[in-house]
Write a protein that binds this ligand. Sequence first.
Ligand code: UDP
Length: 475
Amino acid sequence: MAQTIVVTSIPQFSHQSSIIKFSKRLIHLHNQFHVTCIFPTIDAPIPATLKLLDSLPSSITCTFLPPINKQDLPQDGPLQILLAVSQSMPAFRDSLISLRSSTRVVSIVADLLVSQALEIAKEFNLLSFIYFPLSAMVSSLHLHLLSLHEQISCEYIDHTEPILIPGCVPIRGQDLPSVFLMDRSSLVYELVLRHTKNFSLADGVLVNSFSEMEENTMRALTRNDHNNNKTQLVYLVGPILQTGLETEPKGSDCEKWLENQTQNSVLYVCFGSGGTLSQEQINELAFGLELSGVKFLWVLREPSNSKNVDYQSASNDDDNILKFLPQGFLERTKEHGLVVPFWAPQTQILSHTSIGGFLTHCGWNSILESIMLGVPTITWPLFADQRMNAILLIESLKVGLEVKFNENGIAEREEISNVIRDLMLGEKRSVIQQKIEELKDVAKGALGEDGSSTRTLSQFVTLMESHASHELIKH
Ligand code: UDP
């Protein structure tokens, strides 16, 4: 009977896609396993996730748990996700029991926000791992959160001293992931802390980064600084990302447009699967792009003041969305830019030779994609771990330039235009380009046959196999 690994994640595209791609890489290198993804669901499976499933090998299957009704959940995005996960846990357990009746389940790999699965793993004597679809730096923050909670009594944002996370550059309280950590009296914070407490149940920690890129953090993590030096294996297995460009057929409109542009001339502008801007900010960005004179491909969403709206819930009406652009913008920039409503095939775009820069909200997948495809970045963090990711890119890796915001949190058109021109046309470009090319080679090396991440993945597999054979002997 094949050995099965159960993986689970939250109902959010970037987390699900990361763990699915991790599963693909695992199966590709170690085909003795089967993977079953069991995903909690709000209302219905995420369309972009469903598209990803089309390209999976038969040894990876996916089950969506009975959907939790969005109307019965709070409006607040992070809380909605956390509660939907909690409410799905009895169904997750049932699904696991049913799977165990037909296959040999050896371990559970759970996203950091589905840590209840670690308790269920213990109940069934399975190995369990936490999967961080995040940088090692942000993973270190989460693993260290209980200590921070004890050391700091005020709101993190009011803490005047730099916050010290093992293996990371000191950061300001305001740069911590805002949606989770900015209100210590909130239910979201309480639930995140509860997950953090569960981390000690895991036999190991998987992180979607690679040791050469975040060396100091990796050392701190493997020394178990976060865990009172109790041994917990830490595996840096990244960069896990979609390289097969499997979500879109070749020949999309974006690709056709890019074909007609010159090499490295186009700036790609996208704020992830859910990032949104206010109407005022959309106007400033539009004028900034226009002012820069640089060619652009912009994935546009409806304005919102919440910064993070699930793109699926937007009314997918292309004409409707273009009305949020300043009057005459499309006409004036028609020779210069392409505006794509809602969603574009990002990895396909970033891998096109016409792309010379990426203005990004700094979601971790987007960052890994820019590194693997060698595209210099402009950082524009919006929420969650994005500020910390931007710090990593700008301060540690030096592969991008940052957009600065005014006291009202708005990036103004002149600032936007200047940064774009600096990245695409300025003197700094060649240094940044060279650095990101070097990083791209290191990342490829980590994934190579004898690369650090490939070796780490093998160690993870060895642990599972030895546990599985122990269990067989016992029974
Ligand atoms: N993405 C895409 N097209 C879009 C927007 C996003 O293909 O128009 C993909 C992108 O390539 C990345 C993921 O969605 O793999 C976004 O993940 P990330 O971690 O960057 O941001 P999040 O969605 O978590 O904010």
